[in-house]
Write a protein of this length. Sequence first.
Length: 228
Amino acid sequence: MGTWHQRLGVFDLETTGIDVESARIVTAHVGLLDEDGTVLRRRDWLVDPGVEIPAEATAVHGITTERARELGMDPARAVAAIVAQLRSLFERGIPVVAYNAPYDFTLLDREARRHGVAPLVSPGPIVDPLVIDKAVDKYRRGKRTLTMTATHYGVDLIAAHDAGADAIAAGRVAQALARIHAEALALEAAELHRRQVDWCREQAADFQEYMRRERDPQFTTSGAWPIR
């Protein structure tokens, strides 16, 4: 059995929107879990994104523009600190879990470049429970949101869309996947990372084919992972 799940970094962002090219970080979490899912260490950030936080985003994560301006860190300092924490984990060979990794890692990449911070280059190993779950349980019906997937694997998620709660739950879902699908996931972290690159590309191709057939003949989507 691979040992990738025994000690995991966890990472999540809450932001101003869904477009990774324009959205800004509002809150962030980078933590470390042991093999039982116990939190060994955590860092949390509230960031002043430097732009208005849309009401739709506030409705998701609860952070208003006023609160972020009053209590949030300078975005350049926050982004530098988040990147530094993740870089430290990768340099120590610790896999980092991010649910739907291309969103969080791509947005962080764009924020780093926006604020003159050296971005993560080819970050890894990364563990994306969304990609892995679709690969090992391809035909399960229902949505694959973090909330739904956590429920399926018996993981508590008390405060969805809190960066810390989401990151920790995603890490525990990854560990549940490792236990339940032990044979398929008996891989070392670097090999699991490589498999996810292929799995995500295949999943995107399947989704694009479905969308073109059923809804929009011109539909396109990216299968790049973990940064787009």
